[in-house]
Design a protein around this ligand. Sequence first.
Ligand SMILES: NC(=O)c1ccc[n+]([C@@H]2O[C@H](COP(=O)([O-])OP(=O)(O)OC[C@H]3O[C@@H](n4cnc5c(N)ncnc54)[C@H](OP(=O)(O)O)[C@@H]3O)[C@@H](O)[C@H]2O)c1
Length: 263
Amino acid sequence: MKNKESIVWITGASSGIGEALAKIYAQKGVKLILSSRRLDALKKVKRSCDNPENIQILAFDLNDFENAAIQVEKALNFYGKIDVLINNAGISQRSLIAATEFKVFKALIDIDYLGTVALSRALLPHFIEQKSGHFVVVSSVMGKYGSPYRSGYAAAKHALHGFFDVLRMEHQRDNIHVTMICPGFVATPIAKNSLTEDGSALGVDDVATRKGIKVDDFALKMVRAVEQKKWEVSFGGKERLGVYLKRLSNKLLHSIVLRSKVR
Ligand SMILES: NC(=O)c1ccc[n+]([C@@H]2O[C@H](COP(=O)([O-])OP(=O)(O)OC[C@H]3O[C@@H](n4cnc5c(N)ncnc54)[C@H](OP(=O)(O)O)[C@@H]3O)[C@@H](O)[C@H]2O)c1
């Protein structure tokens, strides 16, 4: 975001990638709206940012689809407009299909896909009216290929690509942009917060995530990609090569993923 006058709304801003993005944008003097469920955590992030006078907080649950339009109205009331919505909030999974209760697949689709669709759809008329807008979506390499223990998560992230590729087509004429971000492993609490077989949180970090790219480095790359209005980018370690390998040989990717010991 080169223009300081821009207004950026970040979901999932209480932790991890969203928090790191908030700090970078705040340093640049961009006006921000920070969202997630936990009000206290959002207040803490705001206090830790430069220029806190440029930061508004809007706490809500993405699961609350029916009230997405109300949240958009509240967000618009802060500064009168929004230029960029960063759909970053999300939750991962660590459980095998055969052992996983149906409610877990539903929760992943609700939070990771439908929550983002509800919010973006509610903001869309405003972008159309102002003849500009930018939807940024934090997907995952799991939005491009799959891996054991992440069936419902990979499905929800794949769905985001289908939806936003079409949104880009339907609204190019309205000067609306879409950037899909596909992280590999980034060192955040994502694994700890991920859902297990019965929907409870894993509660511990996993090694691959802990050894992932540093969250501040990731966020800097992501901010650059957003400034450049890239359509789709992937940042991380060697796991992001799977995105390209899938285009060449799905079978080879399948056997490499099965050989890797990543849980
Ligand atoms: N870290 C990685 O390795 C990695 C890799 C690929 C993709 N990603 C994606 O990156 C995004 C950010 O994740 P992260 O790594 O920064 O993990 P994180 O630290 O666990 O952050 C997740 C954020 O989502 C918010 N959130 C979760 N459920 C929500 C709900 N129902 N309503 C509203 N907000 C909700 C959380 O805030 P509250 O608890 O306050 O609601 C938190 O701010 C996610 O979409 C994730 O899938 C991460």
